[in-house]
Ligand binder design. Structure first.
Ligand SMILES: O=C(O)c1cc(=O)[nH]c(=O)n1[C@@H]1O[C@H](COP(=O)(O)O)[C@@H](O)[C@H]1O
Length: 311
């Protein structure tokens, strides 16, 4: 799957992933009204609204992008109905040829991680039958329980030819409270970066490992260090746009081959119609605003890569 992701990034010339984080506040009134008319102001109504909203964005952008990243919390808040919308979104994106990164940030003791891995990336056995639960192509994993919490995910990826993005340095303001602490004279994120690189060495695709890392766009100096520390690791870079990450900060997350990083934006794309630059689209044309925001993001990143001597 890592090679498929790379091929799509090369074909679209867009090292971009659209984050499908559909908060109700971002959803235009006309979509909510229709969904509530059909299913009431209920969890089912909310789930219908987020599904219709997602479908609009996917239809408007799928030809421009390699991948999407639905964030499961945005669906889970609506209980089972929300999870059905999550699954429908995954299936629809796959039908459209997109790689799906499930942003689930799981990680637990080994036996529990194994169940998460099976449910999201693998198959579950029921009597004589096997079923795929959510069936994302990649998942985000929290490694802070240690290697026994990560290994079951790696095992399932190896079997299913899927992949992971493991949290190394997260984009949020307080990530340093824990992740920057020095351990044996080294920041903890470097230690985790070395572990991810090591796991990756044993699980290679053609040129990059299918065990990737997450490094926030908001910490470019750390991104530069981690890029060197994990040369064969694909880096998922969230924090672009809404959290303040800028294209020129992202150059050092890439390798000289022009590959090695994929930049994620959620609110900046899906709620573009609410931003000043895209106001002219209005809520009716929210999906067209998202398309324009993808085109602009691709342009910004590619321009920065050319300037930085990467492309
Ligand atoms: O794993 C992630 O995707 C992630 C890691 C991280 O360090 N920071 C981070 O913001 N994210 C996710 O990336 C998305 C960011 O959304 P925007 O800030 O709207 O682009 C959310 O779904 C976050 O959960």
């Amino acid at each position: 799957m890592i090679q498929q992701l790379i091929n799509k990034i090369q074909k679209t010339e867009a090292p971009i992933v659209v984050g499908l984080d559909p908060m109700l506040d971002y959803i235009p009134e006309q979509i909510k009204e229709k969904a509530y008319k059909e299913k009431g102001e209920t969890l089912a109504g909310a789930a219908e609204a987020i599904w219709q909203f997602n479908k609009g964005i996917v239809d408007a952008t799928y030809d421009l992008i390699p991948a999407v990243k639905p964030q499961i919390a945005m669906y889970e808040q609506f209980g089972i109905e929300g999870l059905i919308a999550y699954k429908k979104t995954i299936e629809y994106c796959k039908e459209k040829g997109l790689v799906v990164i499930g942003d689930i940030k799981r990680g637990d003791i080994g036996s529990t991680s194994a169940a998460y891995a099976v449910g999201h990336l693998g198959k579950v056995t029921v009597g004589k039958n096997t079923y795929k639960g959510f069936d994302e192509d990649f998942a985000t994993v929290n490694p802070y329980l240690g290697s026994d919490g990560v290994k079951p995910f790696i095992d399932v990826c190896k079997e299913e030819k899927k992949g992971l993005f493991i949290l190394v340095k997260t984009s949020n303001p307080s990530s340093g409270e824990i992740q920057d602490k020095l351990v044996d004279g080294k920041p903890l994120y470097e230690l985790i970066g070395e572990m991810v690189s090591e796991w990756g060495r044993e699980h290679m695709g053609d040129s990059y490992s299918y065990i990737g890392a997450v490094v926030g766009a908001t910490y470019p100096e750390m991104g530069k260090i981690l890029r060197k520390l994990m040369p064969k690791t694909y880096i998922l870079v969230p924090g672009y746009g809404a959290q303040g990450g800028k294209a020129e900060d992202l150059v050092d997350y890439f390798n000289k081959d022009g590959l090695g990083a994929i930049v994620s934006s959620s609110r900046g794309i899906i709620a573009a119609y609410k931003a000043k630059n895209y106001e002219k689209f209005g809520p009716e044309a929210y999906a067209d605003a998202s398309r324009q925001a993808v085109i602009d993001m691709r342009e910004e990143i590619n321009t920065a890569l050319v300037k930085g001597g990467i492309k």
